[in-house]
Ligand binder design. Structure first.
Ligand SMILES: NC(=O)c1ccc[n+]([C@@H]2O[C@H](COP(=O)([O-])OP(=O)(O)OC[C@H]3O[C@@H](n4cnc5c(N)ncnc54)[C@H](OP(=O)(O)O)[C@@H]3O)[C@@H](O)[C@H]2O)c1
Length: 718
């Protein structure tokens, strides 16, 4: 008799699997399962075993293969609404969604980022019949314009990761059919993604009003989503523009921020006709109507002959059981006024054209776009209701948790592994999106990168390395290197928002890192009166080593690759001597000239022939700190070093080091160097290239000696 446990035989598992699977496939062996669906049914299934309820192998299926089941918070319309809407007309609900695309379906699974609050949504809360829009269905989520990210797609026009705008649900995840949802891909991510919820309705100004320079334009609800843009475009065309709004703050903003010529608070005016006469003594050419009602009636009396009215919206009427009557329509005839309503969706085909127009204006700062962003789906009902009380200042948007500070993030990518000298075209500029959040205790720190260091060793990382002390960059991904950054958010209690830090970061505007190390340069231990030679001496490392050696009372000589740098070594950094290695035929002789008694310390930055020459000029018990060997980085095969026997003959200590081995010493050395720099005892020369786009040429320039001092790329001067 022999007992067994299956786990004792796990090592035989592959063998038996190989045997059974073909048998099952060939239907020689039948395997019956009893599958319970859903985690909630698992206890019952387990218990059932003991009552013999299962027929075959009892299994609990949590989700189909590839089918993700997620919680999905939603905002539901509870019932049709009369009068002013209230928050209580909507409710917050937790539901479940399967984030999968059924086979053969063309649906797209979206993770929702921003929702737009629009006045027309009030109409959809009614039981509408025969309207240009459909009613919301009580008991179901509200829908509206929004920005989302594609998680899965059954439509070949949309890929996972695409950012889109269109009609989505007021929920965390939506599954939509692209055509029904008017889904548009977002191509230009250089403006905040939330802008795509609202920068379109001003098309009516161009398409309906045909504005001309010098015309007089009146805009109501002028500080809102649509009004602010219409006013600014009218100003750009050279029109005289007046706006109305419902608070002093908004009126001030119209003039000071959006550049309207005049603005007034309609709530403080008894006689709208008189107000309009005050601002438009010769009448109004164009009225962009957002409010309807009494304002519209007053405008009709003040229109010019052949005036145009774009009927964009009538928010003052949306909550009334019966709309107010308009009394002055006869003006249309007497003044031959053209009045035309428009719906933004009729103009979707013009969207690319208008986007091409507005985005450069926003980027260039010619157009300002003010948003009123509330955070969290649960606050969406309040934000929507607020429109009808004028609570919003600018475009009302709801930011969902998943969008939390999704920022545009420009990056420099390595395109492919590099052979020989690197070229700018080995790298490329890419726009991406980053989520700027760092949950407490996560050790995640979000950095705004200020300066990037271009270092020769980065060339190695552009090659496919194996068994190296550093890792290759990954083609298609971001380049990384040392940089100076500001902490924006921190999940690590050692770092606070606002801290300036130095360490490994990405070649991008923002970086999210998990904190592990901080780094520091270590300088070899110099002794008073010793002789020191530094190669690549005017560069980032060399200039500091030389100056510290001088401060310690050493005799210091440096080499560099042009006259300007050699002069700088002596005049700016206080080296005793310096020479241009490119002009020297016999480096051994040169060193003998400057070090007739030999070199105590060589700080090695270049390698190759210089190292060979130094070796023969070292003193007994000399020390060589091997910091880098830039002359060898771009060679297929390094030059041979011939004089290494000197190490033995002169008992020389030669030691390579990597700055990250000395991270723990960083605070100590910083404490030493910063007061010296502040006091002007140490000079630090930088060669600053401005803008992330100039980073590749700055990096490439290192290898032809274009940099004077530490090569840095400044991304932001904050
Ligand atoms: N035709 C289309 O395709 C289209 C597209 C988008 C929008 N629209 C319409 O354009 C208008 C503006 O929309 P928006 O998205 O830009 O909204 P918004 O102006 O950003 O927000 C609505 C604003 O309307 C004002 N308002 C509310 N009740 C009012 C009332 N009884 N009388 C006068 N003003 C009132 C409030 O500002 P104050 O503080 O100034 O009162 C409120 O902040 C709306 O009528 C909307 O329906 C039409």
């Amino acid at each position: 008799m022999e007992g067994f446990l299956v786990s004792d035989h796990y090592h035989l598992y592959p063998k038996y699997l190989e045997m059974i699977i073909p048998q099952i496939k060939g239907v020689n062996v039948v395997y019956v399962e009893d599958i319970a669906e859903g985690l909630e049914n698992a206890p019952k299934a387990l218990v059932g075993l003991f009552y013999g309820r299962n027929v075959g192998k009892q299994v609990v299926m949590l989700s189909q293969m590839g089918e993700e089941v997620m919680n999905n918070k939603q905002i539901i319309l509870k019932h049709y609404v009369e009068g002013y809407p209230n928050e209580s007309d909507m409710e917050f609900k937790n539901s479940i969604i399967k984030l999968n695309v059924p086979e053969g379906s063309n649906v797209v699974v979206l993770m929702n980022l921003y929702l737009s609050c629009d006045p027309y949504m009030r109409s959809r809360m009614k039981n509408l019949e025969d309207s240009y829009v459909e009613s919301f269905t009580p008991g179901y989520p509200i829908t509206g314009c929004g920005v989302a990210k594609v998680l899965k797609s059954g439509d070949s026009n949309f890929q996972e990761g695409d950012l889109v705008w269109g009609m989505i649900g007021w929920e965390e995840y939506s599954i939509v059919t692209p055509a029904q949802s008017f889904l548009f891909k977002i191509h230009d991510k250089n403006v905040p993604l939330s802008y795509y919820t609202g920068i379109l309705a001003y098309v009516g100004f161009y398409e309906v009003c045909s504005p001309k320079k010098g015309e007089t334009v009146f805009v109501s609800a002028a500080s809102g989503a649509v009004g602010q843009l219409v006013g600014q475009f009218a100003k750009m065309l050279g029109c005289y523009v007046v706006g109305s709004a419902g608070t002093k703050q908004k009126v001030d903003m119209l003039k000071s921020k959006f550049g309207f010529d005049e603005a007034f608070n309609y709530k403080e005016e008894q006689d709208l006709d008189a107000v309009l006469k005050r601002y438009f003594s010769d009448g109004i050419d164009i009225y962009f109507d957002n409010v309807g009602g009494k304002m519209f009636d007053a405008v009709l009396l003040n229109m010019k002959l052949h005036g145009r009215i774009a009927m964009c919206g009538m928010i003052s009427q949306y909550n009334l059981k019966k709309t107010e009557g308009v009394h002055n329509l006869l003006s249309l005839i007497a003044k031959r006024i053209r009045m035309e309503g428009f719906i933004v969706s009729d103009h979707y085909h013009l969207y690319p054209k208008y986007l091409e127009m507005i985005i450069p204006q926003i980027k260039g700062g010619n157009i300002v776009y003010v948003e009123d962003i509330v955070e969290g789906l649960e606050n969406a009902p309040n934000a929507l209701v607020g429109l009808f009380y004028g609570r919003n200042v600018g475009k009302q948007v709801v930011m969902l948790e998943m969008a939390e500070e999704m920022m545009n993030n420009k990056q420099i990518i390595l395109k492919h592994y590099v052979e020989g000298y690197p070229k700018e075209s080995d790298m490329e500029f890419k726009n991406s999106i980053i989520k700027l959040n760092a949950p407490e205790g996560s050790n995640v720190v979000i950095l705004k990168n200020l300066y990037l260091s271009c270092d020769p060793y980065m060339r190695n990382r552009m090659s496919k390395l194996e068994g190296s002390y550093i890792q290759s960059f990954t083609p298609g991904y971001l380049i990384t290197g040392y940089g100076v950054s500001k902490v924006l958010k921190s999940g690590d209690s050692n770092f606070q928002e606002g801290d300036l830090v130095w360490g490994m970061t990405g070649w991008e505007e923002y970086t999210s890192i998990v904190t592990t190390t901080q780094s520091m340069f270590k300088i070899d231990h110099d002794k008073d009166g010793e002789t020191v030679f530094v190669s690549a001496a005017s560069g980032a490392v060399g200039q500091l080593v030389g100056q510290f050696a001088k401060m310690l009372g050493c005799y210091i000589v440096g080499s560099a690759g042009n006259k300007q740098k050699v002069d700088m070594l002596k005049t700016k950094f206080g080296f005793d001597e310096a020479f241009n290695y490119k002009e020297e035929q016999d480096l051994d002789a040169t060193l003998m000239r400057y070090f007739p008694d030999g070199i105590d310390i060589y700080f090695e930055n270049v390698g190759g022939k210089m190292l060979d020459a130094v070796l023969v000029n070292m003193k007994l018990h000399g020390r060589i700190a091997v910091c880098g060997m830039i002359s060898q980085y771009n060679l297929d095969k390094t030059e041979g070093v011939h004089n290494l026997f000197c190490l033995i003959a002169k008992r020389i200590r030669m030691e390579g080091f990597l700055v990250f081995d000395y991270c723990h010493l960083y605070p100590k050395y910083l404490e030493m160097i910063i007061p010296q720099i502040k006091a002007g005892n140490i000079v630090y020369v930088e060669d600053i290239a401005e803008g992330l786009e100039s980073a590749p040429s700055a990096l490439v320039g290192l290898f032809s000696g274009l940099n004077v001092g530490k090569q840095v790329v400044m991304i932001s001067c904050e």
